[in-house]
Design a protein around this ligand. Sequence first.
Ligand SMILES: Cc1cc2nc3c(=O)[nH]c(=O)nc-3n(C[C@H](O)[C@H](O)[C@H](O)COP(=O)(O)O)c2cc1C
Length: 150
Amino acid sequence: MAKVYLAVGTVTGTATAVAQALAARLEECGHSAIVDTTPGVEALNDSAADAVLICTSTTGRGNLPANIAPFYMQLEQQCPLQNGRPFGVISLGDSSYDSTFCAAGGLLQERFLELQGTEPVPRVTIDATETVTPDDDALFWLNEWIEKAL
Ligand SMILES: Cc1cc2nc3c(=O)[nH]c(=O)nc-3n(C[C@H](O)[C@H](O)[C@H](O)COP(=O)(O)O)c2cc1C
């Protein structure tokens, strides 16, 4: 059984609902999940998680939602090395924003790679113009991530 720290970035709650679906699936598979809607490096460290998931939307023009922006800055300032710990990123966005499509998820992906996390399954992008069931799309991706990361 693995413990997963699940950091959520959201403005209007879609990513929270997706994260809750991911946590429920992890628990069905015998793992435990900590869903954190005010994520931070201290909470991540305290969790002693075996793996990390980031489920975030993008706001503004490619910006991080306000609730996850401090986490991003802490990762930059404190540089908590991941020593190969597996992570995965679920990016919610809207392709009509073109060049900033799912950019926030991309920022966190880059940060975790710089911190020497391993990404066994590439970041998934979930496009609000293409799906009305983002949780189903995320769960499909999660199956492979569970197999490879945990
Ligand atoms: C004001 C605003 C700005 C947005 N900017 C972007 C953007 O730059 N890139 C993108 O991919 N999606 C953008 N989106 C789309 C959201 O990321 C998308 O609708 C997402 O599903 C919202 O999830 P949430 O409810 O968890 O915040 C924007 C949405 C709003 C309302």
